[in-house]
Structure formats: C-alpha cells, structure tokens
Design a protein around this ligand. Structure first.
Ligand code: HEM
Length: 520
C-alpha cells in the first residue's frame, strides 16, 4: 500500500506533462494558424485506426469502461459522443452503460475510476486521510508555477501534502469558526435585505425577474467580499460599475477554461493555445480586480475603526507571520473567486426546485413569524428551510462528483482498486438512484423531516468530505438559509418549464434564467 508521503510523487507521474514542465515557463509555441488543424487530423486518423483495438490498454485495472485508444485514452468520448458542457449527463450515461464502477484512461495512460456504488462511495468519503489528496487542476498549477512573482505555491485548492496542510491550518481558521459567522450575521442580514431591494427593483409588474443568475452572482460577490474584506463594496446597488460584471465573467471563463483543459484535447500543455491564453487572461483579471478591492478595503479599514461585527478576515490572514505574503494574497483571491458562482448557482437551483412545490413554500412562510432581522434561533425554528436546502443539494448539487486519490486499496464486488488510484466519487448520480433514496428523482424536502427508506443521507456531500471539505460551508449554509427565508417571507417563487443545466466545471444554469417572484 502506498505511504502517504509517496502520494505526491505518484501523482506527478500520473500528471505526466506537469512533470515535464514543472520548472519551466508555460507553453511557448504560438499555435495560431494551421497547426491545430493538422494535429486534429492526425488525432482523428489515430482514433479511426485504433478503434479496432477496442481492448483496454490499462493492464492494471480489470474494470468495465469505454475502449481506450493510444495517446488519447478514453478522452475521445468527450470529443465525439458527449459534449463537455454536458459532462454530468455524460457520466450518468456511462454509469448506465458500464455500471456503477468503471474506468476511463487519461491521455497519459493513467486510470480514472468512477464510482457511484453506495458502499464504495461511503468508504471513499469516510477516508480518514490526514492529508487527503485531491488531484490538482493542472492548468492552474502550470500557470502559477510560471508566476513566482505572484505565487509562492499553487494555492489551497491545488496544493497537496504538508504544504496544503500548512496553508489550510493558517488560512481557514477564521472562515470556519462559528464565532466569525455569529459576528457576521447582522451584516449578512443587511446584505440579504439589499439583495431583496435589488430584486424588487428589477421585478416586472407580473413579478418576472430576468437574468436572475446575474443578480445572484452579484449577491455572491458582495457577500463574500464583505466577509473576507470586512467592507461593503456596492455590488448590490441598482446601477453599479462594470467591475462586478467583469469579475463575474472572468470567474465564469476561469471555471470553463479549467473544464476544457481537463476534458478537451491537452494541446495547451505543449503550446500556449487559445484555451491557455484565455485561462491566463481570466486569472489575471481576477487577480487585478481582487487586488484592487483589497487595497480599497485596507484604506477603508484604516480610516474607520470598525465595530460593526464585520471582521476583516483578510487583515487577519495578511498579518499571519507563518505565511508567505504571496500565499496570503492568493488565498484571499481564491476565497473570493470560490464564493461567487458557487453561491449564485446554488441559489438559482434551490429556487428553481422549490418553485415546483408551492405548498412547501407556504410551509416555510408559516414557520417564519416575524420580518426584519433574522437570528439563528428563528432559522432553526423553521426546519422546512433546512429541508428545502438539503433536498436541493441532494438533487442538484453544483459539484456532482468529488475527486480523490485512494489512500488505501478498495475492493468493490470482485474488483480490486489499488491505493493511489484517481477516483471520481459520483455523489450526485448516487443520490438520484432509487436504491439510495425513496422517489430519488423527485424534489421532496419532506424526506428530511420524515425519513422514508431508502435514505442514504451520507451520500449527500455538496461541500465534500473529510479534511479537504469546503471551508466556506458554514458561511454558505447560513447565507442560503437567510436568503431563502427572506425571499419566501416576501414572495412565492414560480418558474415555467425546465431549467437547462450545463457543466462549467461547476453545474450552472444555462443563462439567462427568468423566474417570477409573486406577491403572496
Ligand atoms: C454553495 C457554495 C459552495 C459549494 C457547494 C462548495 C463546494 C465545495 C466542494 C465540493 C469542495 C471540494 C471539497 C472536497 O474535495 O472534499 C470545495 C472546496 C473548497 N471551497 Fe467551496 N463551495 C462553496 C462555496 C465556497 C466559498 C464561499 C468559499 C470561500 C469563502 C469556498 C472555498 C473553498 C476552498 C478554498 C476549497 C478547497 C479546500 C481544500 O482543498 O482544502 N467555497 N468547495
């Protein structure tokens, strides 16, 4: 069995190309012009020739799965049968075709095992690893290593082993503390109220709010900046500067570029393709805007002795002597980036699902007596809110699978999967299986108050599991509770038809989203 200390090395082998470039600058060739076309033709010929082989080249794992081809592994599927922006559907389809445990092969020849089997998922998610290894996003790694002037490491999300542990210990204590959230609650109430004012201002006479996802993005941005920077930045004002939309669109591009770098042709590893350049531009836009916001927040906090419950988490991070200044700054940037679209999409999904349950909306409303500022006690006295949120995370989580490297061998049925294997834990797909949940494909918040078997609650892991779990969980849960309570106090939510969802590295609504907020 692999020792924990050996993991990073094993993965560096897996990340073949990362190893080659580790100490070099990013791709240098200019790939504009004919070169990509020629390469694509060569790849197509290779695919056609190799289809006859159809055998699995991966000798290590005898698992079902799509045929693997030389050089491209099983990635050809994402360039032919499936679409990258429908990756969640692609995996649902593969789980049907090949069963709840199957293997793909990366272009570098490594195995990528998908699991949607309940027992196996519970084992993987329960893993007690001290330094859980979540495979990094290579494009982020390569870019950040090429910018030592800005980055001392690849950051909390992508670091591994002791370095990750050091960052996690020193960067997340404030963010995950119940006291921080308690202190932030009054300000979060005000931010939610401002969001409601914005919704009110954007509502048409019949209650329709168009481009709802853009408003939720602004909510995500304002709230995560307020939490991190301890100051309000005005992203919820009706007419605001273009900075919020530039930042929100850079964050979306950043996520999409990561998706394409994972599942698209890996040409960007060898040359600065358009994809690579797009990624770099988005990373730099985010860096520039968040750096400006941090500078503004510093000036404000110097000029006003704040005693309004808003904690400048970033000032505490910046004053930590245990960390390199570049790591501190990168962390604040990463936290803010992580908090925009995640919150925005989760709120859209929640309201969309809840729109199919008007009687559950009435139930929530009946549990909330008073208007105005909401306290933790009032929220906990309204269990139907929590049930509505849990159920939305079960049925439509923004992260439909979690990535891990196995820290111990795993046996599923007759298959032996060795330690060190890269695994995708399909919690989202497992949660929609009848063997795991009663009427699994329906939005039924009542299942969280009156449990009906089967009810595999441990599979619902929207924020991940174990020591690498999302540090924003407490903040997001509080925020969603408050937002839902306040929206339902004012309006009932209606939506016509079905929401089209796509995979942008996170599951996102295919914008624009229009829903109706109708007076009670
Ligand atoms: C609805 C909102 C959010 C969802 C559903 C979400 C979900 C997740 C998930 C699934 C992971 C991977 C966990 C794992 O591998 O076990 C993660 C990691 C992470 N999230 Fe979130 N997240 C949300 C909001 C936020 C916010 C608001 C922040 C920051 C303020 C944040 C910061 C991070 C960071 C830094 C990591 C990497 C942690 C590590 O590797 O140690 N997230 N998130």
């Amino acid at each position: 069995m692999a020792k924990l200390s050996e993991w990073p090395n094993k993965v560096v082998v897996w990340e073949m190309c990362t190893l080659k470039r580790e100490n070099t600058s990013p791709p240098l060739l200019d790939w504009s012009g004919m070169t990509p076309t020629l390469v694509l033709i060569a790849v197509a010929l290779l695919l056609a020739g190799a289809v006859v082989l159809r055998g699995r080249l991966d000798g290590k794992l005898r698992l079902p799965g799509p045929p693997s081809l030389p050089l491209v592994g099983t990635r050809w599927l994402f360039w032919t049968r499936y679409r990258m922006n429908k990756l969640h559907e692609a995996y649902e389809d593969m789980l049907l075709r090949y069963g709840p445990v199957f293997v793909e092969t990366t272009p570098g020849g490594a195995s990528l095992v998908s699991i949607a089997d309940r027992i196996a998922l519970e084992t993987v998610l329960r893993t007690p690893a001290r330094r859980p290894y979540r495979p990094p996003t290579e494009i982020v790694q390569i870019y950040r290593k090429s910018r030592p002037d800005r980055y001392a490491s690849t950051g909390l999300v992508n670091e591994q082993g002791e370095k990750w542990f050091h960052l996690r210990r020193h960067l997340t204590a404030e963010l995950t503390s119940p006291q921080t959230m308690q202190g932030f609650l009054p300000e979060l109430n005000c931010i939610c109220d401002d969001f409601l004012h914005l919704l009110q201002a954007c509502r048409h006479p019949d209650g329709t709010v168009n481009a709802f996802e853009q408003l939720t993005n602004r909510m995500g941005l304002e709230s995560v900046c307020a939490l991190m920077l301890g100051t309000r930045l005005g992203f919820l004002e009706r007419w605001m500067s273009g900075r919020a939309s530039t930042l929100a669109s850079a964050v979306k591009t950043h996520f999409r570029a990561q998706r394409d770098s994972y599942y698209g042709a890996p040409l960007w590893k060898f040359a600065p393709t358009r994809l690579y350049r797009t990624f770099v531009r988005s990373e730099e836009t985010i860096h520039t805007i968040v750096s400006e916001l941090m500078e503004e927040a510093k000036v404000r906090s110097r000029s006003s002795a704040q005693d309004n419950g808003m904690q400048e988490i970033f000032l505490k991070i910046l004053s930590n002597p245990e960390l390199d200044m570049r790591d501190k700054k990168a962390a604040v940037i990463d936290f803010i980036t992580a908090g925009i679209e995640t919150l925005a999409n989760s709120l859209v999904f929640l309201l969309y699902l809840l729109s199919s349950r008007p009687e559950w909306q009435r139930k929530i409303r009946s549990e909330l007596a008073s208007r105005g500022e909401l306290h933790a006690e009032q929220l906990s006295a309204a269990p139907s809110i929590k049930a509505a949120i849990n159920e939305a995370f079960r049925l439509l989580p923004i992260t439909p699978f979690l990535a891990r490297l196995l820290d111990a061998p795993l046996t599923i049925d007759d298959y032996e999967i060795p330690a060190g294997t890269f695994v995708l834990a399909h919690t989202g797909a497992a949660c929609r299986r009848e063997e795991n949940f009663w009427r699994a494909r329906e939005y039924l918040p009542e299942r969280w108050l009156d449990v009906r078997e089967p009810h595999a609650a441990s599979l619902v892991a929207p924020f991940g599991r174990g020591r690498r779990m999302c540090p924003g969980k407490r903040f997001v849960e509080l925020e969603l509770n408050l937002l839902l309570a306040k929206i339902i106090q004012n309006w009932r939510v209606e939506f016509d038809g079905q929401l089209d969802v796509q995979f942008d590295f996170l599951l996102s609504p295919k914008s624009p989203v229009s829903l109706r907020l109708v007076e009670w």
